[in-house]
Write a protein that binds this ligand. Structure first.
Ligand code: NZQ
Ligand code: ZN
Length: 390
């Protein structure tokens, strides 16, 4: 196990009706004026936004609003938010929604106190040293942004989708998580969230770091819980227990718990970000296509952990033929994705003829000559993985 520092100070307020506590929580964290950020309208239709506003009004917290954040959020909305925050003297962001809304709120939070262009942080030209506080009312378990210090934004000019990691400053101060808020999710969004949280665990699990038994077992146990609850929730969307377990799994998957002390991979995410940047597909659906392809390529290049995963997560029988074991595990993963309505090929994703050269060029331009850690991928390797996903 490698040395590590793990600091995860978010206060999670979890359970039924917890959104009613939002005003009191905002007060506790000392905000004078907040900006509510939300998406395309699901929080209006569900009545959640009205309940959050009521809670703020009862606590006497003034606020302004920024709506219309789109999935795969874009830089232009961030600029709009930065201007509004400065004009309104906002000192805390309140994201009411999913990863796209939270990531936009984080980008604005970093951009407001910075003199330059907020995009500098995403291209590594500047480091975030201060930011407005960010708080969350979560409506979809998926990206894990409620417990992470990460944000992912797409620059419209050039379709560059980049992530920024600043856990010291951008981790939310609190996250309200009421599983009942996820009952209204369309089945496809539920499934995409499941693929994303599984991917967050697998990015950490596929490591060459030795002696990470606790990490391995946390990853395997959480994956098993997700797979079980996914099957339930697809049949019974209003099953509170299943929704609750999935919601907490989404946080555990990405707040760092599963990856402490190991070198994480993240190549599959970077391969996917190119797809969602260029073709605007849902992140989780891109991952259900790319991850099995990445794993299949790994059976030829570094099979050990893939075989361990097949045995421990998918119950494949042990054998000396590790490649066969690994391939059977991948086949069971794909069947699982298919069973919850997710695509496992580009074609099923609705992209008949992906421009693989463009994806590869953009990936390595954004992320460097070598991508990932489990096996470092050069251009030719990335190309082969995209091809395996056809
Ligand atoms: O926009 P509205 O109308 O709210 O609808 C949303 C949106 O269309 C809808 N939705 C959310 N909660 C709902 C609901 N519909 C009905 N009932 C509810 N309770 O779901 C759609 C997707 O929302 P979005 O916020 O885009 O989903 P998600 O949480 O999956 O976020 C995806 C984004 O997060 C990034 C992804 O790349 C993508 O841009 N990621 C962020 C990470 C992070 N910050 O740590 C890590 C991830 O790996 C990921 O890359
Ligand atoms: Zn993800």
């Amino acid at each position: 196990m490698n040395n590590f520092i793990f600091y995860s100070p978010t206060e999670f307020v979890f359970g039924r009706d917890t959104e009613a506590q939002t005003g009191a929580l905002v007060q506790k964290y000392g905000a004078r004026k907040i900006m509510i950020v939300y998406g395309g309208g699901s929080v209006i239709r569900s009545g959640l936004l009205a309940r959050v506003e009521k809670s703020l009004q009862e606590a006497g917290i003034p606020y302004c609003m920024l709506g219309g954040v789109q999935p795969n959020p874009i830089d232009t909305k961030v600029y709009e938010g930065i201007d509004l925050c400065r004009k309104e003297n906002v000192d805390m962001m309140l994201a009411v929604g999913g990863g796209s809304v939270i990531d936009t709120a984080k980008a604005i939070a970093a951009g407001v106190p910075y003199d330059g262009d907020f995009w500098d942080f995403y291209i590594g030209k500047a480091i975030v040293t201060k930011a407005l506080k960010v708080a969350v009312v979560l409506t979809i378990p998926a990206a894990g942004s409620e417990g992470s210090g990460n944000t992912v934004i797409t620059k419209v000019d050039g379709l560059q989708k980049l992530s920024l990691r600043a856990p010291g400053v951008l981790r939310p101060v609190f996250a309200v998580m009421n599983p009942e808020l996820t009952y209204t999710l369309p089945p496809f969004q539920t499934a995409c969230g499941i693929a994303d949280m599984m991917a967050h665990i697998m990015e950490r699990y596929f490591t060459n770091t030795k002696d990470v038994e606790i990490g391995d077992r946390l990853c395997e146990g959480t994956l098993l819980a997700i797979i079980k609850e996914a099957t339930t929730v697809m049949k019974e969307p209003e099953n509170y227990g299943a929704r609750a377990n999935l919601m907490w799994s989404g946080t555990i998957a990405h707040n760092g718990t599963c990856g402490v002390g190991c070198e994480e991979d993240w190549a599959s995410h970077f391969l996917e970000h190119e797809i969602s940047a260029i073709y605007n597909v849902t992140h989780g659906a891109g991952l259900s296509v790319i991850f099995p392809a990445w794993m299949t390529w790994m059976t030829e290049h570094n099979v050990d952990k893939i075989a361990q995963y097949a045995i421990r997560v998918w119950g494949v029988a042990e054998s000396d033929d590790k490649k066969a074991v690994a391939l059977e595990g991948i086949s069971r993963l794909k069947s699982f994705f298919t069973s919850i309505g997710l695509p496992v090929t580009f074609k099923e994703l609705g992209i008949e003829n992906p421009d693989i050269d463009r994806l590869v060029d953009s990936l390595h331009r954004n992320k460097g000559e070598l991508v990932g850690n489990y096996v470092k991928l050069a251009k030719q390797d990335s190309k082969e993985i995209y091809r395996l996903a056809l």
